[in-house]
Design a protein around this ligand. Structure first.
Ligand code: MEV
Length: 323
């Protein structure tokens, strides 16, 4: 018997950093997925491996530890946390867990949330535990929080439900039932950002300049609310204005870098109508909206950095059991 589950990656459209100060945020699930396959192991030890990421490890689930056979999987801590909580407490039989991933690591497309949601769904299904998406999103958020120390519920909610998700000021998640009729482009650099460090540096800037930074954060919240209306009205020119305005404020609070700026200006020069940092900044990724020029923007980003085409997916977490 094999249990298979998958979950999509995501990108933040609006609200990064401001969300830390209880402002709203909008994220979208993208057509790149993590797939987890779980079956009983014949080797007497649990294993976790991925051809896509080139790693193989033997798991010591009770101690949340592992022995590497090859490669270096950053994602393994999430899988160990899940197995320790949801497998070892109930059953002790060794498992073989295979990860397939077409989300580029370091692209800011939320690979850890996608792997967390897919692993939980596959494991719940393997054991026949009843679950719905609400339970899955909540549990996946708890796992991310215990591994990372802090995490907003946005990433795991988007990977669970798919589509477009709005996180309100009082942390309620709601789904928009609508499409974005345009591909968008994700650009990313080798140089990764450190989310914890960026959140801290914004906080320090706010401590030194409380009135100014607070009003920027509040304005970012207003941008997110206007973006929600622009999405509902499918007004992509307005959405692009709001992305560009938001980028100015992200720059103002110090999370921009030379490489991110280079990608943003390259995207705009080559046909993007809106472009901004997505995620924590300090390195990492940008998102660009280019309704008629997406491929041209990808090509231009690939000269000095990396660009990929992404589109919205409404397929959230999916799980099934194969006999
Ligand atoms: C990082 O993807 C988004 C931040 O707002 C941090 C967070 O919400 O946890 C910078």
């Amino acid at each position: 018997m094999e249990s298979v589950a998958s979950a999509p990656g995501k990108t933040i459209l609006f609200g990064e950093h401001a969300v830390v100060y209880n402002q709203p945020a909008i994220a979208v699930a993208v057509d790149k997925r993590a797939v987890i396959r779980i079956k009983k192991s014949s080797k007497g030890v649990s294993t976790f491996w991925s051809n896509d990421l080139g790693f193989e490890a033997e798991l010591d689930i009770p101690n949340k530890n592992y022995k590497l056979i090859k490669g270096r999987p950053g994602i393994i801590r999430y899988v160990l946390e899940i197995l320790n909580k949801w497998h070892d407490n109930y059953y002790r039989d060794p498992l073989d867990i295979k990860l397939s991933l077409n989300i580029p690591i370091g692209s800011g497309l939320g690979s850890s949330a996608a792997v967390t949601v897919a692993t939980l769904a596959a494991l719940f299904n393997y054991h026949g535990f009843p679950f719905n998406k609400k339970v899955l999103a909540k549990e996946a958020h708890k796992i991310e929080k215990s591994v990372q120390g802090m995490a907003s519920p946005l990433d795991t909610a988007v990977s669970t439900y798919g589509g477009l998700i709005y996180l309100s000021r009082n942390k309620e998640i709601s789904e928009f039932k609508l499409d974005i009729d345009s591909d968008f482009v994700i650009g990313f650099t080798e140089k990764k950002g450190n989310t914890g460090a960026m959140v801290k540096s914004v906080n320090a800037l706010k401590d030194r300049n409380p009135r100014i930074v607070s009003s920027i954060i509040e304005t970012m919240g207003q941008i997110t609310d206007e973006a929600k209306d622009a999405l509902l009205n499918k007004d992509y020119n307005k959405l692009a204005d709001l992305m560009n305005l938001n980028q100015g404020f992200l720059d103002a609070i110090g999370v921009n870098t030379f490489e991110l700026s280079r990608m943003i200006y390259t995207a705009r020069k080559n046909g993007a109508i809106g472009a901004k940092i997505t995620g924590a900044g300090g390195g990492g990724s940008i998102i660009a909206l280019a309704p008629n020029n997406a491929l041209n923007v990808v090509k231009s980003l690939n000269v000095e950095d990396k660009g990929i085409l992404a589109s919205i997916t409404h397929k959230g977490a999916l799980a099934k059991v194969r006999k």
